[in-house]
Design a protein around this ligand. Sequence first.
Ligand SMILES: Nc1ncnc2c1ncn2[C@@H]1O[C@H](COP(=O)(O)OP(=O)(O)OP(=O)(O)O)[C@@H](O)[C@H]1O
Ligand SMILES: [Mg+2]
Length: 356
Amino acid sequence: MSTQAQARLEQAPDRGGRAQPMLIASHLKRYFPIRGGVLNRTVAEVKAVDDISFTVLKGETLGVVGESGCGKSTLARLLMHLLPRDSGDIIFDGDAVGQLHGLPLRDLRRNMQMVFQDSYSSLNPRLPIEQSVAYAPRVHGMGRAQAKRTARELLQRVGLRPELFAGRYPHELSGGQKQRVNIARALALNPRMLILDEAVSALDKSVEAQVLNLLGTLKREFELTYMFISHDLHVVQYISDRVMVMYLGQVVELGPVDAIYAHPRHPYTAALLDCRLTVDPATRIETPPLVGDPPNPINPPSGCRFRTRCPHAERICEERMPLLGEWNNRPESHLVACHMVHAGSGHSKAPPGGLH
Ligand SMILES: Nc1ncnc2c1ncn2[C@@H]1O[C@H](COP(=O)(O)OP(=O)(O)OP(=O)(O)O)[C@@H](O)[C@H]1O
Ligand SMILES: [Mg+2]
């Protein structure tokens, strides 16, 4: 984490010094049943999120990376309660969520909003965008005129002049403009945290940069906390204070962005970072450092799930699942779930021949 980011986190406003957690997820689990046979019984389960624990600190951006299918969106949907969890606990700003006497879902949804990748399908094609943005405040009891004013202010705030855009329908907007509307919609209830799931991935690079800048400005202005899910490691590095690396439904590494990018400790993180494309011929990748698909999440390898692609794997990796350690921790903690790191083998880079 940059020194500035760390100072900001440690002096989180009005919470007495050290950064306080906005969200605590502990031991979250979600398996999807696979049904088959004439009786349509459950024949197997996809371990999409398998015992994941972490905190998101107030005011930070936690980046989440990992290969396709590792469970990032499932995790986001569990946090938003769009999907029920099999087990585990979620605490939002000190209140348990989804329990009898905990924070009601309505309050959670007001405080935590999500922006998805597919900006078109998340907007109602039959509503002008002003009404789309005003919809949630109306549902939450705001009067028509006030909701309209709020919507116009937010459209202005995300760079869409209301006099030009308020009456347009989603099909009359570009991808970047639609994503701005989605961000305005997410902000309409004045939330404290946004989960951005591949929110800029479908945009071209120049529009992506504009939307990322907008997210940075809005974060400061509205004192937001972000969880930012993306395939793009450059973007995650640019926007995050800390990064969480997922592999096959689990967290393998978690720590400050600078530490993770400069000194990845898990061989999977190292290989993932080595996969970043470069145009510099001197550093161009000859052999992809991460080859082969991740193992089947229905039947993941025993012990460490990465062991089948890891050049450092030893017998213990097959026998015991490595643990991440003390996850509910200080912002500067750099945690890794790898037996070999804990045993002090000192590896930190993917080998030149690649991981198989
Ligand atoms: N409703 C569902 N029923 C069965 N399996 C599912 C369901 N939703 C997700 N999965 C499986 O759960 C695993 C995790 O999926 P998820 O969408 O969370 O991955 P992801 O990390 O977001 O991937 P991507 O980067 O491609 O968006 C995948 O193996 C996926 O096939
Ligand atoms: Mg996803």
